[in-house]
Ligand binder design. Structure first.
Ligand code: NAD
Ligand code: ZN
Length: 365
């Protein structure tokens, strides 16, 4: 399946196919210089995926030079960016070269940013290896690194020239990482696609058991949603793209409270955040209680947290709301909030009173 991201100036394709990695050599051949590719990856992916990737390149007469980042968020630091850009320059990267990001969101984010700044802009190809990266971070062109002031505050919009997704790469991904990515899959159903939410609910067991067909379908439908929303609002100007933040305002507060650590993965925080956004929508009289219960139930079945306590957060509502007040999206004293009239009916509200959110969070525990 090929999905086109319809950007006015630079459209690009996303290929989704089980087994794509096995013939990645022929797909990447046009992007090699002197039969060589520049590949950025991390320690875990270097173990789990790189040997197969290299074998596939060899069978097409190609090879790669690799830069291996430490796994996890520390891979997205200024220090790593300096080493990575130095390495690319040592490799005599040229503006016509395509840099390859082989890994999860961390690898994709720092590689995309490095590509954006090296020689004032090189092209890059995304080969996402986590579910989160396949359905979310590899599509849309946001790139970033972390800095002392917080996550993703230094970055740029830089669209890849190609995204290659092989659902089979998920076979080595730890289940907890798979579940975290699944939260973002469910998100697309909750935003504006109720039938897809039903698909997720009906096929949850097959998805986690590894059914290639169900995994491919879930990824394709998610990528189509993200591509459509991004094409409507490439650089976050009109507000359409804000829909992708469903569950993220609550989620971000939970991540902040747990110190953005492995205690709570991003996708886990988003799961709890979406359940909270639905229950808050019920409290506001927008959403039937039954829909909020279905959301909570599905996320629970996926092994995801759906409440403050399940997320390991014991902070008071006022403290959590304080994190929200520092949100990038806060402007002129109000914070746009994503609420729902039901599953598949998310909307942006500018009338949410943060004091009321704090009271709601206290009533939750
Ligand atoms: P990640 O890149 O840290 O990967 C999670 C873990 O899985 C890592 O330990 C990694 O080494 C390992 N891994 C990756 N692929 C594997 C495989 N196939 N088999 C075994 N292990 C594997 O995390 P992530 O969840 O992919 O991405 C999170 C990052 O993405 C965050 O930094 C976040 O800010 C960013 N992000 C960016 C966007 C965007 O639009 N650019 C959107 C969402 C998230
Ligand atoms: Zn997210």
């Amino acid at each position: 399946t090929v999905i086109s991201v319809d950007l006015s100036n630079r459209p690009y394709d996303i290929h989704v196919r089980a087994g794509l990695l096995a013939d990645i050599g022929s797909v990447l051949a046009p992007y090699a210089r002197d039969s060589r590719l520049l590949v950025i990856t991390d320690e875990n992916v270097a173990q789990a995926v790189l040997p197969k990737f290299e074998a596939a390149l060899r069978s097409a007469g190609l090879s790669s030079a690799q830069f291996i980042l430490p796994a996890g968020e520390t891979g997205k630091s200024w220090a790593q960016l300096e080493q990575l850009t130095d390495w690319l320059l040592e490799q005599h990267v040229e503006r016509s070269d395509h840099i390859i990001a082989l890994g999860g969101g961390v690898v994709g984010d720092i590689t995309g940013f490095a590509a954006h700044i090296i020689k004032r802009g090189c092209a890059f190809v995304q080969i996402p290896t986590t579910l989160l990266a396949q359905v979310d971070s590899s599509v849309g062109g946001k790139t970033a690194i972390n800095s002392a002031a917080g996550k993703n505050l230094v970055g740029a919009f830089h669209q890849p020239s190609l995204v290659l997704i092989d659902p089979e790469l998920l076979s080595t991904l730890p289940t907890r990482q798979l579940a975290a990515g699944f939260a973002e899959v469910v998100k697309y159903g909750l935003i504006d696609d109720a039938p897809f939410f039903d698909f997720c609910a009906d096929n949850l067991d097959s998805f986690f058991a590894g059914s290639p067909d169900i995994r491919a379908q879930a990824i394709i439908r998610s990528v189509q949603s993200k591509a459509r929303i991004v094409a409507a609002d490439e650089t976050e100007r009109t507000g359409t793209r804000a829909l992708l933040n469903l569950g993220h305002t609550f989620g971000h507060a939970l991540e902040a409270d747990t110190g953005f650590s492995d205690r709570l993965f991003h996708g886990e925080a988003v799961a709890a955040g979406m359940a909270l956004a639905f229950r808050y929508s019920v409290r506001m009289g927008f959403c039937p209680a039954e829909d909020a219960e279905r959301v909570t139930e599905l996320l629970k079945q996926a092994g995801l947290p759906t409440s403050l306590s399940e997320a390991g957060v014991s902070a008071e509502g006022a403290a959590l709301v304080d994190y929200m007040r520092h949100d990038k999206k806060m402007s002129a004293g109000t914070l746009p909030f994503l609420l729902a009239r039901g599953i598949g009916q998310t909307f942006l509200s500018n009338d949410v009173a943060l004091d009321d959110v704090a009271a709601f969070l206290d009533s939750e525990v």
